[in-house]
Write a protein that binds this ligand. Structure first.
Ligand code: BTN
Length: 329
């Protein structure tokens, strides 16, 4: 079904709340025959919508699929760009992989790739990202910022701020950010962000922002390997969260911070990031590929690089590491 027809149809059902919408009204709105209306209704049923049809009254939706499909994301979306084009799949290896291909094909900025399940979800440093079916948000957003390639890491921090704000708004929880891109609740990881780039030496073609959020898993759903370090929004709130609403809120937060960033630079985002960051001002251990550095996390630079001062007073610029809070004072 064409997406504009689908959008009009779903809007009609949503606006009519529980009331029936007559076949005649639908055919007038869509400008098509009653037979065509019936076909569109069948298409929605195939997509998992339960529609009740009553003679002389019309149709109404009695149940929606628990999916993050284009339909669910379009309704009520308030953004201008982000999420206006959605590439939805049930199962993929990784949404990053598809987003890279679409970016190369030249899709619009703000296009989102989302899947119910990833079979090879990947994290930073080539780690595995567990992405079970229907419980999380596994998505990649394509941006084309007009900034130099060395500034791309700022977009990871911008995304982390947007996701924290969206989680706060939707669930009431106040998560914290662990540099560079982990979002934690009560010390356990609920969200990971992976930023990848297609660029020349001096120009970004696209930035692919991968966001993985544990949303509706229960604590016992996590494998032994991660159960002590991972959590989900549902496990923390005791309530199931509507994934589409969460995604729409994230799109809106990213869009407004991204506009601010392109207009006024990184300043505000840096300040916001530091207010949500767990480690700034604390004693930490940063494990890099070249060894560990222990010291005080002083803040981040304009490029999102972590500054750590060791016990000899030497200031280290940490570009990539895993960090943990030190128990030493
Ligand atoms: C990390 O914490 O190491 C980053 C995890 C990023 C996971 C997301 S899920 C959607 C997108 N597709 C992937 O394969 N990875 C990212």
């Amino acid at each position: 079904m064409q997406s504009d027809i689908r959008r009009t149809l779903l809007e009609m059902f949503t606006n009519s709340k529980e009331e029936y919408v007559s076949g005649q009204k639908i055919s007038d709105m869509l400008g098509c025959s009653r037979t065509a209306v019936w076909k569109h209704i069948e298409d929605l049923r195939k997509e998992g919508y339960e529609l009740e049809a009553v003679r002389k009254k019309g149709y109404r939706i009695v149940n929606k699929p628990n999916k993050v499909s284009e339909n669910e994301l379009i309704l009520g979306l308030q953004t201008k760009k982000i999420g206006q084009h959605v590439h939805y799949e049930e199962v993929v290896e990784s949404t990053q992989k598809i987003a890279h291909r679409l970016a190369q094909e030249g899709v619009q900025e703000g296009t989102v790739v989302v899947a119910e399940e990833q079979t090879s979800g990947r994290g930073r440093l080539d780690r595995v990202w567990h992405s079970p079916k229907g419980t999380g948000v596994w998505m990649s957003i394509i941006l084309r910022p007009t900034v130099p390639p060395q500034n791309a890491p700022q977009l990871t921090l911008l995304t982390a701020v947007a996701v924290v704000q969206a989680i706060q708004e939707v669930t009431g929880i106040s998560p914290q950010i662990k540099w560079p891109n982990d979002i934690l609740i009560e010390g356990k990881k609920a969200v990971g962000i992976l930023t990848e780039m297609q660029a020349d030496a001096d120009r970004i073609h696209s930035v692919i922002i991968g966001i993985g959020i544990n949303v509706n898993q229960q604590q016992q759903d996590f494998s032994d390997a991660i159960k002590d370090i991972a959590t989900s929004l549902a496990a923390e709130t005791g309530e199931l969260i509507n994934r589409a609403t969460l995604m729409q809120t994230i799109f809106l937060k990213i869009e407004s911070l991204y506009e601010e960033y392109l207009k006024n630079g990184f300043g505000l985002i840096k300040v916001l990031w530091e207010t949500y960051a767990i480690s700034i001002g604390k004693r930490i251990i940063a494990r890099t590929l070249r060894g560990s550095i222990e010291g005080w996390a002083k803040g981040i630079t304009e490029d999102g690089v972590l500054l750590v001062e060791d016990d000899l007073g030497v200031l280290h610029h940490i570009h990539s590491a895993d960090i943990e809070l030190s128990t030493r004072k």
